[in-house]
Design a protein around this ligand. Structure first.
Ligand code: GAP
Length: 459
C-alpha cells in the first residue's frame, strides 16, 4: 500500500493530463478543477461502469436525464430552500471561516460526526473539547449561523426576485418529480428504480481536498421505489450492491468500510443511513451515502404539487406512496478514490522505479497503445493497425523515444496493453503485446488483437 499524499495525486493528475486547476491562466478559481484529456476519458468510463451496473445490468432500474434548472417550487417542497444549510462559524481572532461540524469531524479524525446535531450541541462540543481554530489556534468563535448551500440564479431578462431559480443541489429531485412519468411510460411495477448522473451545485463553505469537496460536482444517484415494509430488506440489498461494485472497480477492501449513522445523526425523515467510506490520502471520508428515505420525498411533492403520486398496486388494488432507498455517490469523489487507489510507484530492478496506474483495465482512459519499433521501418504498418483499433477502443499511437520510455509513459497513465509492431509484424503478421502489470510479453496474430483487448478490458 502506498502512503500517498494528496499533493502527489494533485501533481500526478496535472502532469499526465487528468485534472487541471480551473481558470489557471487567470490565477485559478479556488476549488474549481477542469478535467483534461485523460481525466475526461476516465470520468466517462466510471460513469459508464455505473450505468452498466445500475441500469443496464439491473432488471429493476431505468435511466433519466432531468434538467439542472427546475421550477423553484421543487426546492421549496423538498426542504432545500428552508434548511439545506451548513453550520457556519467564524474565528473572531483571525476571521477564518469554518464549517462547525467539520471542525468536530477533523478534531476526532472522523470518529464523531455532528450530522443532525443542533447548533447548541455543536457549540457545546467545540468548547468542551477545546477545539481551537485550525488557522490561528485560538478558541474564540462567533455563534453558529446557518448558511444555505443552494446557488441562486435568475431566469429571463429582468433581475426580479420572482425569477429566482436554483442550480440543483442534488440530482435526486429530478427523479422524484418524474416518478409518475417513468412509472406510466415504462409501465413500471414497484419495486423499481430511476437512476441518473449529472452535475450538482452547492455553495460549500469549506470546499477542499482537491476534487473531494467542490462547489460543482457530478452525482450518480439511484432512487429505488419499494413497498413500505420491504424497505429495510432493499436497503441491505443496495448497500451490498454498491460495495460489490466498488470492489469490482478494483478499490482495495481494506480501504473501504461501512459506517451506519447513529439515531442522533439520522435526518428526521430517514429510517436508516449507511455511508461507504474510503481511506483517501487525507484520511477516511464519505464516498457513497445509502439512505432509507421512507416516503418523505414523494410525500412532500405530492402535497406541494397537489398531484396524486401514489402507486396503485395492480395485484392488491392498494394505493400507497412507495418508500425510497437512495444510493448516492459523487463521481468526482469516486474518481479520486480510484486514482489514489491505483497510483503506484513500483521498484523494477536495481535503482529503477516506474510510475504505474494499476487501474481496472475497463476504466483505463486508453486501452491500448501502438508502438512501431522503428518509426521509419514499422510506422506505416503500425498506423494501419492503430487506425483499425481506434474505431473500437480508446487507443493511442506513440513513436517518440526508446521503446522502454514509451512503455513507461503508457504505464504511468494506466494503459493496460502495449502493442509493438516490428519486422515480425511485416513478415509474419504477428505483434508483441505487453501487459502493464506483469510487464510480460506475448506474441499474437494481428487478427487476434481485437478479441484479446476485449477480454482484458471488459468489466
Ligand atoms: N441526494 C442525496 C445527496 O445528495 P449527499 O450525501 O449530500 O446526499 C451524495 O451527497 C454524495 O455526493 C456524497 O456521498 C459524495 O460522494 C457526493 N458529494 C456531496 N457533496 C459533494 C461535494 N461538495 N463535492 C463533491 N462530491 C460531493
Amino acid at each position: 500500500m502506498n502512503n500517498l499524499t494528496m499533493e502527489e495525486i494533485v501533481n500526478y493528475a496535472k502532469q499526465y493530463g487528468f485534472i487541471f486547476q480551473g481558470s489557471e491562466i487567470y490565477g485559478g478559481l479556488a476549488n474549481s478543477w477542469d478535467y483534461g484529456p485523460l481525466g475526461t476519458l476516465l470520468k466517462e468510463n466510471i460513469r459508464n461502469a455505473w450505468k452498466q451496473k445500475f441500469v443496464q445490468e439491473n432488471k429493476y432500474n431505468y435511466g433519466l436525464d432531468a434538467a439542472i434548472i427546475m421550477n423553484p417550487k421543487v426546492w421549496v417542497a423538498s426542504g432545500h430552500v428552508a434548511s439545506f444549510a451548513d453550520p457556519l462559524i467564524d474565528c473572531k481572532k483571525c476571521k477564518a471561516r469554518h464549517r462547525a461540524d467539520k471542525l468536530i469531524e477533523d478534531f476526532t479524525k472522523g470518529e464523531v460526526t455532528a450530522d443532525g446535531w443542533s447548533n447548541e450541541e455543536i457549540e457545546n462540543y467545540i468548547s468542551k473539547n477545546n477545539i481551537v481554530c485550525p488557522v490561528c489556534g485560538k478558541l474564540d468563535y462567533t455563534p453558529i449561523r446557518k448558511f444555505n448551500l443552494l446557488f441562486e440564479t435568475s431566469i429571463g431578462v429582468t433581475d426580479d426576485t420572482k425569477n429566482t431559480v436554483y442550480l440543483r443541489g442534488e440530482t435526486a429531485q429530478g427523479i422524484f418529480t418524474n416518478f409518475k412519468n417513468v412509472e406510466r411510460s415504462m409501465r413500471a411495477k414497484v419495486p423499481f428504480g430511476i437512476a441518473q448522473t449529472g452535475k450538482a451545485f452547492r455553495n460549500e463553505i469549506t470546499p477542499g481536498n482537491f476534487i473531494f469537496r467542490t462547489r460543482e460536482f457530478e452525482q450518480m444517484e439511484l432512487e429505488f421505489f419499494c413497498k413500505p415494509g420491504t424497505d429495510l430488506e432493499w436497503f441491505g440489498y443496495w448497500k451490498n450492491y454498491c460495495m460489490d461494485f466498488l470492489r469490482t472497480l478494483g478499490l482495495d477492501s481494506e480501504k473501504l468500510r461501512m459506517r451506519d449513522h447513529s439515531k442522533e445523526e439520522l435526518a428526521f425523515y430517514s429510517k436508516a443511513t449507511t455511508d461507504i467510506e474510503y481511506l483517501f490520502p487525507m484520511g477516511w471520508g464519505e464516498l457513497w451515502g445509502i439512505a432509507d428515505r421512507t416516503d418523505y420525498d414523494l410525500g412532500v411533492h405530492q402535497e406541494a404539487s397537489s398531484q396524486d403520486l401514489r402507486y396503485l398496486d395492480p395485484e392488491t388494488n392498494e394505493k400507497y406512496l412507495p418508500y425510497v432507498i437512495e444510493p448516492s455517490v459523487g463521481l468526482d469523489r469516486l474518481l479520486l478514490a480510484i486514482l489514489s487507489n491505483s497510483y503506484t510507484l513500483e521498484e523494477v530492478g536495481e535503482n529503477d522505479t516506474r510510475v504505474v496506474l494499476k487501474i481496472n483495465p475497463a476504466l483505463a482512459p486508453v486501452k491500448v497503445t501502438i508502438l512501431p519499433l522503428i518509426k521509419k521501418v514499422h510506422g506505416e504498418k503500425a498506423t494501419e493497425i492503430y487506425s483499425e483499433l481506434c474505431r473500437k477502443f480508446s487507443a493511442s499511437y506513440d513513436e517518440a523515444g526508446s521503446i522502454g520510455k514509451r512503455y513507461r509513459r503508457a504505464d504511468a497513465v494506466g494503459t493496460p496493453l502495449c502493442v509493438t509492431v516490428d519486422d515480425n509484424t511485416i513478415n509474419n503478421g504477428t505483434v508483441t503485446i505487453r501487459n502493464r502489470d506483469t510487464m510480460e510479453q506475448e506474441t499474437i496474430k494481428i487478427e487476434e488483437l481485437e478479441d484479446y483487448i476485449v477480454k482484458i478490458t471488459t468489466l
